[in-house]
Structure formats: C-alpha cells, structure tokens
Write a protein that binds this ligand. Sequence first.
Ligand code: NAD
Length: 483
Amino acid sequence: MTATTSIRRAGSWIGGRRVSGSTTLPVREPWTDKLVAEVDLADVRHVEQALQLAHNARGGLLSVPAHRRAEALHQASAGLLERQAEVAAAITRESGKPISWSRTEVQRAATTFRWAAEEAVRWSGELQRLDSDPSGEGRLAVQRRFPRGPILGITPFNFPVNLAAHKVAPALAVGAPIVLKPAPKTPLSALLLGEILAGCGLPEGAFAVLTVDDDVATRLVADPRLPVVSFTGSGPVGWAIRDAVPRKHVTLELGGNAGVLICPDWHSDSDLRRAARRIAAGANAQGGQSCIAVQRVLVDQEVYERFLPLLLDEVEHLAVGDPWSPTTTVGPLINRSAAERVKEWVDEAVSDGARVLTGGSVEGALVSPTVLVDVPPKARICQDEIFGPVLTVTPVNGADEGLRALDDSRFGLQAGVFTHDVQTAFRAHQELEVGAVIVGDIPTFRAEQMPYGGVKESGIGREGVRAAMEDYTEPRQLVFSEV
Ligand code: NAD
C-alpha cells in the first residue's frame, strides 16, 4: 500500500505567514527514491526578516500572560492531533518511517506541546531569605528565570516533528522567540507544524520555521540575534557549532551507541523472552535510526546460550519493508547511501572475524535487521554510531565486567539494564556515565517530560520540556533591602 505521491510545494513560515523563495530544495521519498516535494529555500531577505522579528519579539512574547501562552500551546497540541494523519503521512513520505511510528510521533509531539502548556502556567520564581548571614539582615530576594534570548533550534531527520516540538514548545512556554531550522531531508512535517503554529494566535516573531541550506545555517549559528543554539544531530556538526560560537549558550543532543546488559538474575523464560522482544524492537524500530537505538547487547554468560536463539527468533519475525503498510515496524533508512554505509561497516566487521547470525543484506535503502557475534571490540560497528538496524551481541562474566563493558564507550546517552536486583540498579545508576539508566528495559525509552540528553561525546545539556525551559533561561535576582 503506497500513499499518493504528487509533488508538493512547501516553504518557510516567518511572522505567521508562509513565504516563497527563488530556489528550491528537492525532497525524495526514501522508500521509492522518487521526488515527492519541492521546498522553497528562504531568501536572504526572508532570513533577515525572521532574525529581526525574533529579536524584536523578545520583550513582547515575555509580556504575553502565561495563560495566553499556555492556550497557544494547547492549540498547537490540538492542531497536531486534528491533523495527525496528514502530518504522519508527511513524516513517512520524507523519512521512510513506518506509518504506525509516524502516527506515534505526532501523538508524542502533541503531548510535548500539552506538557509545555501545563508547565507554562506552573513556571514561577522563588523567594529567598538573605538573613541567614548578618550581612543579609533586612534583605529578601525574588529569583525569577528569564529567557537568555531568542533561540535557534536545529533538528535532525529522524524525529522531524517531535524533536522540533521539543525545541519550540519549551521556548514558547518561557516566552522566548524561536527560529527552527529543520533537517533538509525532512522539512515537510516541520513546515506543517509551522502552519499549525501560525493559527495559534502567537505574536509576530514568536516563531519561524526556516528552510535553508547548511551554509545559511552556519550564518544563523553565528548571528548575535540568536544567543542560544539548541542543536540535535550528529556529533561532528554539533561540536563544530559549539567551537564556532564559544560565547553562546549551546545545547547539544548528539549520537550514541547505546548498550544494554542482561544480568544473570534475569533468567526465567519469560524474562529472557521479554528482553529479546524489547531488544529486537529497540534496535530495529525506524531502521535503527534513533540516537538511543540498542546497538551493543551484553549478556551474562550464564544466560547467553538461552538468550541468543530467542533474540534471533524475534529479529527474524520483525515486519520489514513498505513503510506505508500499517504492520511494518522496520522501514528503509533515510536514503540508499546510508544503507550502503551500514553494509560497509557490517562487511568490515565480518572481515575482522565477526559472524552474521541473521540479516546483513541491503536492497535499495532497506537494510535487513542484522545480528552479529564475535565482533572485535575495536571494530567500527562497536565503537561508532551505526544508525542502522544492527546489533552486536557479546557475552560477559558477572556484573563488574558487564557494567564496565556497558560503560566502555565514547558516548553516554542512555543504558538499559535487565535486572531484578535493586543493588545492581543502584550500582548502574552510580557507575554508568550516561544521561539515564533504564532498569528492566532497553535504553530506547524516552518520555516527553523526562530530562533527556547525554554526556561524553553524546552532548551537553538536557532537553525534556521542563529541563529545556531551565536551559533556555537564566536566573535573575531582585533584592529588596530594609524589609
Ligand atoms: P546532521 O548532524 O547531519 O544534521 C542535523 C541538523 O544540522 C540538520 O538540520 C542539518 O541541516 C544541520 N546542519 C548541518 N550542518 C550544519 C552547519 N554547518 N550549521 C548548522 N546546522 C547544520 O544529523 P542527521 O543526520 O540529520 O541526524 C542524525 C544524528 O542525530 C545522529 O547522530 C543521531 O544520533 C542524532 N540525534 C540525536 C538525538 C538526541 O536527542 N541526542 C536525537 C535524534 C538524533
């Protein structure tokens, strides 16, 4: 089943209006490799207009009462749900994401906006006594957090609506204007979000969605009218942005090679079956193109032999193929060259001694879900982010070795630990250098309100609605004397 693929036109949203441009960006459908849309790239004068409007909107947006900003955020949430089918189809068309996952993504984005609406009215300050020391006698302080300034949000291709929501919704909740620059491979759904936001009664300049090429994006990063850069994407681009603007407030949500550990106490048949099912799903959903997709599976040797066939059974029964089919869970990668790169890494590991237990083939942009064992630890497929449906499975001996292996990564986004033992859970929490440890499940779990982000090469700062609101603002004191 394939949705109709007429060529669409779309373009940036600036000042609540759709603008056209003189050059266009082609958007291809990963599943068919056909041209499905032409998106107008914003001209220099439109980019300038968006920047100036954001700059001018600083005070205005902040003085919009919280209940009005919350109302606009609720409207955005409702608008996404009303147009869920249309936005989901745009995601699948531009990214190849299976349609059921695209629907879930729109639902999640609606939740992100709703949560931001609720936080917008809870967002408050703090009263501080200063007389705990004689020097502060007779003084009292009010602390409020104010926006650091207009925000530049840059998003990747793999969650084109919900990651845009995670930039835009918290910004509007705290009263900070935001310019969103979506990924050029997947601009359509973010532009639909722009259209929805344009109907939410926000002041001019509160938001813009700008489709630009990466050269113009570099200029946006450098522009002093956008003092905050919130970037989600690959490590090399993210760290280069941080180096380019060391005086700006930069948040980086980057990649990883997430691991999961199965401890010896996770040993009943139902335990192992559940771990196998969750790991197969977490490695392969959306073709493994998630920053927290399971990539490295470490299994205690006591349960390794029983676990492996269960995992292979789950992986081999995944519904792979046409992303428009409602039952598909593993669709194509973003394009053919991404699939070829994944194949190259698998072949390289095999020539170094790894064995493919299932998968390993490529057809167009589709990579068959792949399980590898006997992978040399130094192989690229262990060390780097594969961003494809590939798992490496390695036996470990005991909790010490297992936790050490889990932590043996340049990255640190999230880790999963299958254990019933609360002591192991606390140890993992304390010892693993990651943004979150998920106990009894895979690392591929994210809730919209949860602080989310990584350490080491996976980035700096946290998203998740409330955490992003804090990140976008800084505290400012108002001290009253002689009170
Ligand atoms: P990418 O780094 O290629 O692109 C991300 C964004 O950066 C795009 O909008 C792109 O146009 C823009 N960009 C590229 N060059 C730029 C420049 N010089 N200046 C400003 N912007 C520039 O990433 P991608 O391939 O779209 O996404 C995949 C990556 O994103 C993976 O590494 C994945 O792990 C990561 N990711 C991280 C998270 C997270 O929350 N940690 C979530 C999703 C994806």
